[in-house]
Design a protein. Structure first.
Length: 196
């Protein structure tokens, strides 16, 4: 019987969410040393950062990727401009974005302004403009279309400057730094994700 492995990682900014080389871009293989049959569950865009689960557990992979098992993912999003309460309300109610050149109505989300969170420095840092605020919002989704968070904040008038996935169900980044990896036992992963 093969061993099952479970890791949580902090994927750094400008790293691809897979282990296969692709041009001169960094991939997970350049940063994390895991058994050969271990892969990420889902993905984070090249220009996003934060929490990813790596495993070779096919059952876990299925439960996290199949839309019928909706689960919460919390993103901390730094946006361009002073976010209005109307924009937050639109995010909460759901907005219509474009996916594959077709309109897509997002499900209602949990959205709120965040006090300035303590997050690792990003290299390179975001572009700061003195006269325009760059506040953070927390956005909790139970669906995950391609670049959905960025499309949603742009739709309500506040483009994303920095995007960190902070939480998947009850697994959080906590004090992890970009490039960190933590091995977890199966029972911890299943308890935190599915209360089992």
């Amino acid at each position: 019987m093969r061993s099952l492995y479970y890791f949580i990682i902090y994927k750094p900014f400008q790293v691809l969410s897979h282990f296969t080389s692709e041009g001169d871009k960094q991939t997970l293989k350049d940063i994390f040393d895991v058994p050969k049959d271990v892969y990420p569950v889902g993905r984070l865009d090249y220009d996003s950062e934060g929490l990813l689960i790596l495993t070779n557990d096919v059952k876990l992979n299925h439960r996290l990727l199949n839309p019928k098992f909706a689960h919460e993912r919390e993103y901390w999003v730094q946006v361009d401009g002073a976010v209005t309460s109307d924009a937050i309300k639109q995010l909460q109610d759901g907005v219509t974005i474009t996916i594959d050149n077709k309109p897509f109505a997002t499900q209602p989300a949990k959205a709120k302004l965040l006090e300035e969170p303590v997050v690792p420095s990003r290299v390179p840092p975001i572009r700061i403009r003195k006269e325009i605020p760059a506040p953070w919002i927390s956005l909790v989704l139970t669906e995950g279309k391609n670049r959905q968070v960025r499309r949603m904040t742009a739709k309500v008038g506040f483009p994303t400057l920095r995007l960190i996935r902070y939480r998947i169900e009850n697994i959080e980044l906590g004090n992890m730094q970009p490039g960190d990896i933590i091995s977890l036992p199966a029972k911890t992963i299943y308890k935190k994700l599915f209360n089992e």
